[in-house]
Design a protein around this ligand. Sequence first.
Ligand code: SAM
Ligand code: SF4
Length: 464
Amino acid sequence: MQKIDYKSDIIQPDIINDLLDKKVDNSKVDDILNKALKLKGLDLDESAELMNVTDEETAEKIFKAAKKVKEIIYGNRIVLFAPLYAANVCTNNCLYCGFRRDNNSIVRRVLTPDEVAEEAKAIMNLGHKRIVLLTGEDYAATGLDYLEECIQKIYDAKVFNGEIRRINVNIAPLSVEDFKRLDSFGIGTYQLFQETYNEEVYKYVHPAGKKANYRWRLEAMDRALEAGMHDVGIGPLFGLTDYRFETLATLMHSHHLDAKFGVGPHTISVPRIEPAKGVTFSENPPEKIDEFTFKKIVAVLRLSVPYTGIILSTRETPALRKELCDLGASQISAESRVNPGGYSVHKETDSQFTMSDNRTLDEVVRALLKDGYTPSFCTACYRKGRIGKDFMDLAKPGLIKQFCQPNAVSTLAEYLYDYASEETKKEGLKFIEQQIANTENPRVQSQLTDMIAKVAAGERDVYN
Ligand code: SAM
Ligand code: SF4
């Protein structure tokens, strides 16, 4: 395999297509999986070899390895968050999206910063501590002055024992100067999905507005990191073109950022197109992926970039979300509303797309506990400055575990005391006792015992 110069361009389609044209060599799979189990990640040709697997027996081996890697690096933690849509006005016309400018069947809204704060309070009252703030692309209606005010109001908003401690944002690409300004607002991760890395398909599905410019979007993460932002989140929107190309291109994007900036993306999201009101294209996307394929994608990502978080939204059903968490997903949204005002101030506004998981946060937490997962509301790394390259340098030797597990359990305890139903609280407190008992390192065990005692006594935001 030729050495790829990841710095030379972000996406090099010929290389990806050559790799995908190769016949599967199942004899190589075991060696590739053994390498992945050493947590070193995979080269692009190795990821391609796994992506090309179609028989179920070999795929099962891939799933088994992915589960193992997930367990070693993340333990049993799943981080929870909620999206906050501030506006659904948009100057673009993306063929698949409910907010596209030609969709006359929806009511348009831009929440005022005070309404955004009300939404944040409603989210806090569910028990969330972490949100992703989203808007359509409309620089005039939802520019940086607007976002700055919204972000400030969200951080300032408080309810009994509730606050938002980390705001990630998913908004249209900015210039380097504007990214510098966005960074100064105190956000967590800047997320942006490329939607498709296939330039031709990209141009077809983004016919108008600023988003029609493929390179402006593709180069956004380079600009964000040049501007000094620490954590970026990437992802394709599955359903537009060959999933194998999209997955390898996502990995190539990740390797490019790593080669150029010394740190890859903090997260990869894996959204699939869901039906949106008034948007025929969304009901029948050209390259729909089935569940088996989706599981393969998540497993290959987990093996290829083991330290990168994988984010799943409520686009997926509860049953599939459980399987994808086993295979590699590390963050999931819960009790989401994907319409501006959906939590409280304008519940009736139309959604961006249809969701497939409509459980309450309490139900999601209980299901996670039943499956042996620690639901985590932790935001400590970002607030302690363990971000960007520093985070990865800690994560790689496994050190992050000594921080993450106690913090996860402590934020779960907060949730149980302040927001959970009686049933979930009972299950959760039992689960916490087991977690303490199962902690092998005596120092971490005693630290965790202290933290939980503090939370039980009424102290909040206990983390290390
Ligand atoms: N408007 C900004 C943009 O497009 O980058 C940011 C926020 S947009 C609300 C977030 C993401 O929603 C888009 O990047 C796209 O991947 C996803 N999306 C749009 N339409 C969708 C649909 N019908 N089903 C699932 N996801 C969709
Ligand atoms: Fe607008 Fe984003 Fe929807 Fe495209 S995906 S129409 S840019 S909100």
